[in-house]
Design a protein. Structure first.
Length: 264
């Protein structure tokens, strides 16, 4: 399961975070979720910290700025979030989770950005149950957003409640305004894990150009082709299954439910 974590958390979830952050005014520094400190010093340094993060420059200095703000006003949730953000950009992910968690707690469920960044990074560092809880909160407090449902679908690969994952990825798919390749790929994998092989194949075909080098994609697709081929006595599908299975570089990294059947 560790291999899936490395592949799918990077391949799917973090793509969505980047897209979200490019589209919201919060990441442009145009608003805050908690009341700003009303001091001359804050008005001078806070914009500098955000600018450093936006440009991915002087992150150490930016962290010191947000730390100073936290010391002077420990109720300002946004400073915790931006401090966590600088740590994530500096590859200090476990520390970043701590600051993200503080920001989310202080914001009292007002910020989808805080919850999504916290849930996604917690998943990346292996805190699956905590990540699932935060994605679930997203569906409760931001039910119109597809991201919480998507996250539940993603974490189901590790928690192994595949039916629940498929139910939620179906909701996410219905809430995206346009077809979403990451969601379609995850749905294909979850359909496979729910043994809905014939339903999964069209989804694999839709996203093949995007994920054709990914082990999880190729292994899951191979299993679907194999099982449908066996069911229909279709030698062409069986040969195609072998071709995709041969593309899998790390076969031991596949989910057990896929790996064990393919090895037979």
């Amino acid at each position: 399961m560790k291999q899936i974590l490395l592949l799918l958390s990077a391949m799917l979830c973090l793509i969505n975070i980047s897209a979200q952050q490019n589209q919201t005014d919060y990441f442009l520094g145009n608003r805050t979720y908690c009341k700003k400190p009303d001091t001359e010093r804050f008005n001078k340094i806070y914009p500098l910290g955000i600018k450093s993060v936006q440009q991915n420059l002087y992150l150490g200095a930016a962290f010191k700025i947000f730390s100073e703000i936290i010391e002077t006003d420990n109720s300002f949730c946004d400073a915790y979030f931006w401090a966590g953000y600088t740590l994530r950009l500096s590859n200090m992910e476990n520390d970043a989770v701590i600051f993200y968690h503080a920001a989310d707690s202080l914001a009292q469920n007002k910020s989808i950005e805080f919850k999504q960044n916290l849930a996604s990074l917690a998943m990346k560092v292996g805190r699956m149950s905590f990540s699932r809880r935060k994605f679930k909160e997203m569906t409760e407090y931001f039910p119109e957003s597809p991201e919480g449902y998507y996250g539940i679908g993603l974490t189901s690969l590790f928690i192994e409640d595949y039916k629940n994952g498929l139910d939620n990825i179906n909701i996410a798919e219905s809430k995206y305004n346009i077809p979403n390749k990451d969601t379609q790929c995850l749905k294909a994998v979850l359909l496979t894990l729910n043994e809905k092989y014939e339903e999964a194949i069209p989804y694999f075909e839709k996203v093949e150009s995007n994920f054709k080098k990914d082990d999880t994609f190729n292994g899951s697709y191979a299993l679907c082709l194999q099982q449908v081929g066996i069911k229909n006595s279709d030698e062409k599908l069986m040969k195609k299954s072998k071709k995709y299975y041969e593309k899998v570089k790390n076969k031991d990294g596949l989910p057990a439910a896929i790996k064990n059947i393919l090895k037979k």
